[in-house]
Design a protein around this ligand. Structure first.
Ligand code: ZN
Length: 100
């Protein structure tokens, strides 16, 4: 389990690019919880910006979509694989939160 979690972290980190710090944790019901933190931004003072949202989709897709949007919005100069899927990320986030 530990090895595969580390492998998932590495794979996600490659997609998320250099500004990301990716961790994969085991949440409730053994679900994998992806947390992607920004090495440049603070969410709250002293706390890195993170994709993690309590009670929301924090699977690979959910976290990567929020990260992709953060990256494109805050770090337009950054390069990362996930930016190739920006259109899909925006579409999926709108599907999940039609009001936002
Ligand atoms: Zn950032």
């Amino acid at each position: 389990m530990t090895a595969s979690r580390a492998a998932r972290e590495r794979r996600a980190a490659v997609q998320a690019g250099e500004l990301a710090k990716v961790t994969v944790e085991i949440g409730t019901a053994d679900a994998l919880v992806y947390k992607i933190r920004c090495t440049r931004c603070e969410g709250r003072p002293g706390v890195p910006w993170s994709t993690y949202r309590s009670g929301e989709d924090n699977d690979f897709i959910g976290a990567m979509d929020r990260w992709t949007l953060h990256l494109s919005g805050k770090h337009p100069e950054a390069e990362a694989e996930c930016l190739g899927f920006l259109d899909q990320a925006i579409a999926r986030l709108q599907e999940r939160n039609p009001r936002s």
